[in-house]
Design a protein around this ligand. Sequence first.
Ligand code: ATP
Length: 239
Amino acid sequence: MLLEVNQLHKSYHKRGKTVTAVDGVSFYLDGGQILGFLGPNGAGKTTTIKMIAGLIAPDAGDATIAGESVVHKGQRALRHVGAVLEGSRNLYWRLSPLENLEYWAGLRGVRKREARLRAKELLERFELTDKMNQTVQQLSRGMQQKVAICAALIHEPKLLLLDEPTLGLDVESSDRIQTLVQSLVREQKIGVVLTTHQMDVAETLSDRIAIIQTGTIVLEGLKREVLDRFTGNAYLVEL
Ligand code: ATP
């Protein structure tokens, strides 16, 4: 098993109030599969992703990646993970895609020569070779998102976490990113957890689907099973 998420809990405390963002979330994923993580605004998707990526600590529960616990093995588990979070594209706008990828490679401990080679391969795969030396701020949003995905892949992680990867993109860029992610998964057998509130994106891409509401998974399983049950479930609010 590539990823096992086991009973994650997280509450935030703000101005004397407690908000339970994630309330006992569990799911799993094999390599070579995409899990669509669906839910309405504020359901707890980003918080879950951040805990798996080691960016925030859970109050309880754990995630195990390639057999290593994020809570107990920290860096050992996290070398298997690459993440692109919603909104923050983790890129330096005045640097080129190539420079950004080399920067991330350095942070991830990839040697210089190898970093350049991998960066060029990734940029080619994501159809950015001719944009390699422009600044990121000159690129379209779709291209910036592709660079962010390349940066998350620079250390060859086994697991890629994508938080709303197609949100706000035009249809063409969105479709292209979906196709590229899917081919990467099929060829390299990495696992992807992809959050979205777009059912069509989850339907196109996912092998498995987990639906979260107010911090709790309400449906989880193979895509077909979940979609069949989802349509018959009136209690589920609109995504
Ligand atoms: P969206 O689709 O809008 O990004 P989400 O499913 O990713 O939503 P989260 O961002 O994980 O949901 O938020 C879950 C709950 O936790 C929400 O009620 C949100 O307001 C709250 N929350 C998230 N981050 C914080 C924070 N840093 N401080 C306080 N509350 C937070």
